[in-house]
Design a protein around this ligand. Structure first.
Ligand code: F0G
Length: 354
């Protein structure tokens, strides 16, 4: 049995790597593409989800981070820095630890899911909180990395995009070709940029075709859709609570070149999709990830996505990252029962024959 060796080994021919590049890996990539059979039937389209929560730190960021950190190491850097709504910091901390680099992460105060914070501290990163949002944090780390010998590992680092484009390769390999439509959450807009690059490169190499790129911001952070910087972005999907996306122009280009669209979804639509995925399909992704499925539903209803289309929704992060939102989003809390079998069974039989 040959086992998966991580992105640098597996996709080296498509990546800017050489013999000097360290073979950094936590066996990232090779994530499942899961068909959603029930929802496909209900909604009249063929839906598959790319489950990026199966990556080593539980999000798609591992794909970009393995490349960014390997190149930082190759270039002799001793430290990495990033701003983050949580997942980037978890991935930077993990790969930084693996590569033996100092890792500094800057997060917005109080707006980061607990699982992500736990990861960053556990992997030994220096975690700095600012009284500001992600956009402010990104401004600070960009400025510092310009003058100090510290490598910036946000998605403005081109190696991040290189690593993340491999997800598009995997989608094409799993389906035999590109889907008709790719639905993806948009925050800082690095991932939609990476997927589009990946689809184009694979099409050039293997003739796999190109999907319509459909990206979804949260309504309270929909800078691209509204075509204005949002100084105080707000959404329950904290991962995409971003008001001035760094790769704004590239997201717009991906949508327009592919005949797709950047749209927004409301927090209500996000939470509904988040719960539907879990209860109807057994798939638990974090709220920001569910923006892709919420967007799919919105554009099926509007007629923009045609019946019968083959669609891939990118589920960017694992639901376990953010247990607080999960618990808060359901009305039915765990039922308390006596520690005794008869009372327990009586409860199970309430109104139903077993
Ligand atoms: N989904 C999740 C779970 C994310 O963590 C992010 C971004 C996105 C979607 C949006 O991706 O920024 O490439 O458009 N999280 C960043 C972070 C900002 O700091 O972890 P994008």
């Amino acid at each position: 049995m040959s086992s998966w060796q991580g992105l640098i080994k597996e996709y080296g021919e498509y990546l800017p790597v050489s013999n000097e590049t360290p073979n950094l890996s936590l066996s990232e990539g090779n994530t499942p593409l899961v068909p959603l059979e029930r929802l496909s039937k209900e909604w009249g389209v063929e839906i598959h989800v790319k489950y990026e929560g199966a990556n080593p730190t539980g999000s798609f960021k591992d794909r970009g981070m393995v490349m960014a950190v390997a190149k930082a190491k190759e270039e002799g850097s001793k430290a990495i820095i990033c701003a983050s709504t949580g997942n980037t910091s978890a991935a930077a901390a993990a790969y930084g630890a693996r590569a033996g680099l100092r890792c500094i992460v800057v997060i917005p105060e109080g707006k980061i899911a607990m699982g992500k914070l736990a990861q960053a501290v556990m992997y030994g990163a220096e975690v700095l909180e600012i009284k500001g949002n992600f956009d402010h944090a990104l401004e600070i780390v960009r400025a510092i990395s310009e003058v100090e010998p510290i490598t910036l590992v946000n998605s403005v680092n081109p190696y991040r995009i290189e690593g993340q484009k491999t997800a598009a390769f995997e989608v094409c390999d799993a389906l035999g070709q590109a889907p008709d439509v790719l639905c993806i959450p948009v925050g800082n807009a690095g991932n939609i940029t990476a997927y589009w690059k990946g689809f184009k490169e694979y099409h050039e190499a293997k003739g796999t075709g190109l999907p319509e790129m459909r990206g979804f911001e949260a309504e309270g952070a929909a800078a691209i859709v509204r075509n204005e910087v949002i100084s105080d972005p707000e959404t329950i999907a904290t991962a995409i609570r971003i008001g001035n996306p760094a790769s704004w122009d590239k997201a717009v280009a991906a949508a327009s070149e592919s005949n797709g669209k950047i749209d927004f979804v409301t927090d209500e639509e996000i939470i509904h999709a988040y719960q539907t995925l879990a209860t109807k399909e057994g798939v638990f992704a974090e709220p920001a990830s569910a923006a892709s499925l919420a967007g799919l539903k919105k554009q099926i209803d509007s007629g923009e996505i045609k019946q019968g289309s083959k669609v891939v929704c990118v589920l960017t992060g694992n639901g376990l990252k953010d247990p607080a939102t999960a618990i808060d989003s359901v009305e039915v809390k765990p039922t308390q029962l006596p520690n005794e079998k008869d009372g327990f069974l009586a409860h199970l039989k309430q109104g139903v024959a077993l």
